[in-house]
Design a protein around this ligand. Structure first.
Ligand code: NAD
Ligand code: GLY
Length: 360
């Protein structure tokens, strides 16, 4: 087992990465300081892993909230189901919430924990690759609004993250690839060696080679933990984790939540960001080709949906948490392995990317 630390002073917490972690009661129970425990999960994950977690909690008063499965339920209405259950069970302010699932459950469970009685402790048990390498680490929690992705939320750190690579055995191939989009992101924004490693090992990752997956999860979490430790609330470098996300969120919102997986939308958005970086003179044609080739080899889409034209993209991109005074801000790449957040994006260049990249 690898044990990384997200260093945030008194709110520091460990990320456990390894195989068989869910079978070990102590990893879980040492982070639970209350008798009352609420497990939040969904209808797909509950039959797979809920009993494994519950068997360690026989000495606790455990309740469950089982949400429907899907990005389209990541909203205030279904967040309220968690509050309904916490209140109906008369859970106190020291109760512990466990988010058992992918990024949707982690974001919703974390946000519920941040709000309930102004904040109760919570644990992340991420069950998708995407959640293990990204969403469970760093304390971004929240839900979507029909007009904008992740527009309602809070920074709220968990007590620990338990990333058991064995749970990825039941993940389907499309979801595995979606997780790889965020893995590739770390190579692109700050870790050129890791990007090269990914170019060489992408087939092993798709074949679910355990050692390769463990390495990719660890490298991703190391990169994410370092960024979060430096900039917990995204006043600077943390924004680079949003490479491709402004385009990607526009794709998710514009096509209807759940049509594209988050990682798929991020893959397309990152290729658009690479195209714009080339137009800005940062990347060359060869760099852009390398990036598109890696996403393609990871079985991810790389061209934007035809239904979103330039005008619609710009309208959707105007709702983004990085925007300042209503102006679109985008993460670009200076080179592979180094992200940048330019103060000014030339509207003409952005329009050229939106009009031309990936269009027939
Ligand atoms: P998800 O949570 O929807 O999970 C994907 C699918 O896999 C779901 O159908 C789920 O039920 C299923 N699943 C989960 N674990 C499984 C397992 N072990 N075996 C079989 N099926 C399993 O999607 P995701 O890709 O994990 O997360 C995407 C969400 O994460 C988006 O809402 C995105 O906005 C958010 N996100 C948040 C952050 C953050 O920093 N908070 C970062 C990146 C993404
Ligand atoms: N996934 C973006 C962040 O955690 O900041």
């Amino acid at each position: 087992m690898k044990n990384l630390l997200v260093e945030l002073g008194e709110r520091s917490y460990p990320i456990y990465i390894g195989s068989g972690l869910l079978q070990q009661a102590e990893i879980l129970t040492k982070h639970i300081k209350s008798k009352q425990v609420m497990v939040v999960t969904n209808t797909t994950i509950a039959p797979l892993y809920l009993d494994t977690v519950l068997k360690h909690l026989a000495d606790y008063h455990v309740e469950q909230t089982i949400l429907p499965d899907g990005e389209q339920y990541k909203n205030l209405e279904f967040l309220n189901h968690i509050f309904d259950k916490l209140l109906a069970c008369k859970f106190s302010r020291n109760a512990t919430l466990i988010a058992l699932g992918g990024g949707v459950i982690g974001d919703m469970g974390g946000f519920a924990a941040a709000c309930y009685q102004r904040g109760i402790p919570f644990l992340q048990i991420p069950t998708t690759l995407l959640a293990q390498v990204d969403s469970s680490v760093g304390g971004k929690t929240g839900v979507n609004h029909p007009l904008g992705k992740n527009m309602l939320g809070a920074f709220y750190q968990p007590q620990c993250v338990i990333a058991d690579a064995d749970v990825l055995d039941t993940l389907d191939n499309r979801e595995l690839s979606a997780g790889l989009a965020e893995v590739i992101k770390y190579g692109l924004i700050r870790d050129y060696q890791f990007f090269e490693w990914l170019e060489q090992n992408i087939a092993l990752l798709l074949a679910r080679d355990k050692a390769a997956l463990a390495y990719a999860i660890e490298q991703s979490c190391l990169n994410k933990a370092a960024i979060v430790a430096e900039d917990e609330t995204e006043t600077g470098v943390r924004a680079t984790l949003n490479l491709g996300h402004t385009f990607g969120h526009a794709i998710e919102t514009g096509t209807g939540y759940g049509t594209y997986l988050h990682g798929e939308a991020v893959a397309i958005g990152t290729c658009q960001a690479a195209d714009l970086s080339r137009r800005k003179g940062y990347l060359n044609d060869g760099d852009v080709k390398r990036i598109i080739t890696l996403f393609t080899k990871a079985n991810l889409p790389v061209t934007p949906p035809a239904q979103l034209d330039t005008e619609r993209f710009l309208d959707l991109m105007a709702v983004d948490k990085k925007n300042v005074d209503g102006k679109i801000r985008l993460i670009l790449l200076n080179k592979i392995g180094q992200a940048t957040l330019p103060n000014y994006i030339d509207p003409e260049l952005l329009e050229l990317t939106l009009k031309n990249y990936g269009r027939q």
